[in-house]
Design a protein around this ligand. Structure first.
Ligand SMILES: Nc1ncnc2c1ncn2[C@@H]1O[C@H](COP(=O)(O)OP(=O)(O)O)[C@@H](O)[C@H]1O
Ligand SMILES: [Mg+2]
Length: 340
């Protein structure tokens, strides 16, 4: 019910509010204080013997935007595929909306929509037939008005009678999103939604995700781009080598991740870090020719001029300098080593 509202025009919503003024529509049912997804002790060992997930415990709150962040091969797709019922867990218990994904798979599958990482679409079907069929698969009554809103919202309405194989990659991805939304799921999974998509689609997608969230849909996206997690998510889980190494509110995580380095290439090598600079997070390279300062990304303005001033007072001269942001890989490596 909530999801349809994401695709209603503003006027629709305003006039309905008018019509319903004074009537309290129960938004939430009794179970709404429960997490919408609960994962306990999840392990996945593929047939090849490869352990893709180990001891995953995770709760997703109803209506949040959650980003699962991790490098390629971390286990992101495996984890969401299990929750969506397309890969079997090796151990553990997973509930969606309080229902067990194994024993009550029909209910849990109807509650989730998945936009897969890989483009695989029924190539000869038209856009319209694809979304209509997808809705029908879940046994829902046809609702042309709802599907029209979904397609319009994704700028697909003009393409509704075209065969999917004739569409560009970006349009095909829009079709996959429309397909995932066709049965009005309570939880939408987006697996690497913006890997390799153009700027326009990325922006549209982010706007769509926010609208969905505003109507109570829970959105879980996987990404290996920190920027994407930063832009979209309210909470972030970091997964590395099949282990969920932390789950935090985004603000806290970004403060932790946003490290920068300033490297100073010195005129003449230093024998060691001067005692008066002991308060700084400095490292000197082996031959003493490069001094590196690490600081929080938000401390740039305070740190750089102050360090340069102190060095000037000490008569340490440099011939060049550069700054860089820690790469995602370094961030993950740091996070993992911190947890050992
Ligand atoms: N069907 C499969 N059979 C065997 N190994 C797989 C299969 N799918 C994924 N893997 C392996 O499981 C690990 C996690 O993969 P995946 O969940 O796709 O990671 P991510 O989505 O984070 O890139 C990788 O080492 C991958 O090679
Ligand atoms: Mg993946």
């Amino acid at each position: 019910m909530a999801l349809r509202d994401a695709f209603r025009s503003k006027e629709d919503r305003v006039s309905e509010q008018g019509a319903l003024s004074g009537v309290r529509v129960p938004e939430a049912s009794a179970g709404d204080t429960q997490p919408v997804i609960s994962v306990r002790g999840l392990d996945k060992i593929y047939g090849s013997g490869l352990r893709a997930l180990s001891g995953i415990d995770l709760e997703i709150r109803r209506g949040e935007i959650f980003a699962l962040l991790g490098p390629n091969g971390a286990g992101k797709t495996t984890l969401i595929s299990i929750v969506c019922g397309i890969v079997n867990p090796s151990a553990g218990r997973i509930l969606v909306g309080g229902h067990d994904i194994i024993r009550e798979y029909r209910i849990t599958r109807s509650m989730v929509g998945l936009v897969p990482q890989e483009l695989h679409t029924d190539m000869f079907e038209t856009v319209w037939d694809t979304v209509r069929f997808s809705r029908g698969l879940f046994g829902l009554a046809p609702d042309a008005a709802y599907l029209e809103r979904v397609l319009r919202d994704l700028s697909l309405w003009d393409k509704r009678n075209e065969e999917i194989m004739t569409l560009s990659g970006g349009m095909k991805r829009r079709v996959l999103i429309a397909k995932a939304l066709a049965h009005e799921p309570a939880v939408l999974f987006l697996d690497e939604p913006t890997a390799g998509v153009d700027v326009e689609l990325r922006r549209d997608m982010w706007a769509l995700v926010r609208r969905l969230r505003d109507t109570g849909v829970t959105v879980i996206l996987t990404t290996h781009y920190i920027e994407e997690a930063e832009e979209m998510a309210e909470r972030v889980g970091v997964i590395h080598k099949g282990k969920l190494i932390l789950v935090e509110d985004k603000q806290a995580l970004m403060a932790k991740l946003g490290k920068k380095q300033l490297t100073l290439h010195l005129q003449s090598p230093l024998p060691g870090i001067p005692a008066t600079l002991a308060g700084w997070d400095l490292t000197l390279n082996n031959d003493g020719s490069e001094l590196e300062l690490t600081f929080g990304a938000d401390e740039e303005q305070a740190c750089i001029p102050a360090l340069l001033r102190s060095m000037g007072e000490l008569g340490i001269e440099f011939r060049d300098l550069n700054t860089r942001q820690s790469s995602l890989e370094e961030i993950f490596v740091n996070l993992v080593s911190e947890r050992k």
